[in-house]
Ligand binder design. Structure first.
Ligand SMILES: *Cc1c(COP(=O)(O)O)cnc(C)c1O
Length: 367
């Protein structure tokens, strides 16, 4: 007789666990890490200072309402703090949203090369993931609308998307929202919004303010350089904020996170410096790599998707191996449907020069 074993809920065993970007190399080489879209500058020095001040009373619970952090975010963007919910990274907020709005029999849509977390959180709630094809590696609004059924409850859209780096204009997002049924929650994941320098882009604040069924999520992990602390926020319609406040952990952000986050969002000079650096080096690295005969998908974020030949000695896997020998870690993206691509984060001046030089040697065959 076999003993009955505990069984997880339907859907959970269909999940392929998320595989983060690699972060270490063998043999004690100090790597140039360009695999997880982290900033080369680290956090604002003011955020580090605030973080250090947290050691004064570690026995105390944090402010469960994250009041000062929400107020700092609200001041920065001119928002109503009551509609901001903070989380342990935007991952936690996305997970909570799926938990609150999806169940068995529901469907949720994401795009062909969309962020893999969406699939995980949809399946984790017993719902059915529905994939909308992209056109030219860009979100296709009509393809999303064509996949809406009576069961559709949510649409997850990273804008700009990771790992493609492409974006959709505010006009297109507005048109998507207008054509989605009103009961469908549209989640705009704007993890890279700060980097985008396009007049026709809007992260989502305006739609959240003017509709009752759109949420925008943001993160401190990318431009604010606080990925290690896990801080994100969502701007929500009142009813959605109320729902998230009911289900979230009562103390879901730690004291160091609350303090460092508030200091980081106030340091707009640090942010502007990072944006200016990215604008310059995104163009530079894209140009250098394209000049080697490799296709680079035009990006508005802090990373690029580079396409390699699918056979011979110059494949993405060979390039990855070669870059590692040179101490450079980038992101393989086969799990996103790109077996012939690598995603490379824009790094420091030296990092960018190192990756361009290494790829030049690799393509020249001196590898
Ligand atoms: C990096 C990233 C996030 C941020 O996740 P955190 O949990 O806030 O670190 C969210 N969405 C996308 C598409 C990302 O690439």
């Amino acid at each position: 007789m076999t003993l009955a074993a505990p069984q997880p809920k339907p859907g959970i065993l269909e999940i392929d666990p998320y595989v983060p970007g690699e972060s270490s190399l063998p043999a004690g080489i100090k790597p140039i890490k360009l695999s997880s879209n982290e900033t080369p500058f680290g956090p604002s020095p003011k955020a580090v200072e605030a973080y250090r001040a947290a050691d004064a009373a570690l026995e105390r619970y944090p402010d469960g309402a994250a009041t000062k952090l929400r107020e700092a975010i609200a001041r920065r963007y001119g928002l109503n703090p009551a509609r901001i919910i903070c989380g342990a990274g935007s991952d936690e907020l996305l997970t909570m949203l799926a938990h609150a709005y999806l169940g068995e029999g529901d469907e949720a849509i994401y795009t062909q090369h969309g962020f893999l977390l969406y699939r995980i959180i949809i399946l984790a709630n017993g719902a059915t993931p529905v994939v909308a094809p992209e056109t030219g590696l860009r979100t296709d609004i009509d393809a999303i609308l064509n996949r809406v059924t009576e069961r559709t409850k949510m649409v997850f859209l990273a804008n700009p998307n990771n790992p493609t780096g492409t974006y959709v204009s505010f006009d297109e997002i507005r048109s998507l929202r207008a054509q989605l049924p009103p009961h469908v929650l549209l989640v705009l994941d704007a993890a890279y919004a700060e980097y985008v320098r396009r007049n026709d882009y809007e992260a989502g604040i305006e739609l959240v303010a003017t509709t009752h069924n759109t949420v925008m999520t943001r993160t401190f992990s990318k431009i604010h350089g606080l990925a290690g602390l896990r801080i994100g926020w969502a701007y929500c319609p009142e009813a959605v904020a109320d729902v998230l406040n009911r289900i979230r952990g009562p103390f879901n952000l730690s004291v160091p996170s609350l303090l460092a986050g508030a200091a980081a969002i106030e340091d707009s000079a640090h942010e502007e410096m990072s944006v200016a650096h990215n604008e310059k080096w995104l163009a530079w690295l894209s140009g250098e790599i394209a000049a080697l005969g490799l296709k680079v998908t035009p990006s508005v974020a802090n990373f690029i998707l580079v396409h390699f030949p699918n056979e011979g000695a110059r494949t993405a896997n060979e390039a990855d191996r070669y870059l590692k020998q040179r101490g450079i870690i980038v992101r393989k993206v086969a799990s996103y449907g790109f077996p012939d691509c690598l995603r490379i984060t824009i790094g420091s001046v030296d990092d960018n020069r190192a990756v361009a030089a290494a790829l030049t040697d690799f393509m020249a065959g001196s590898a």
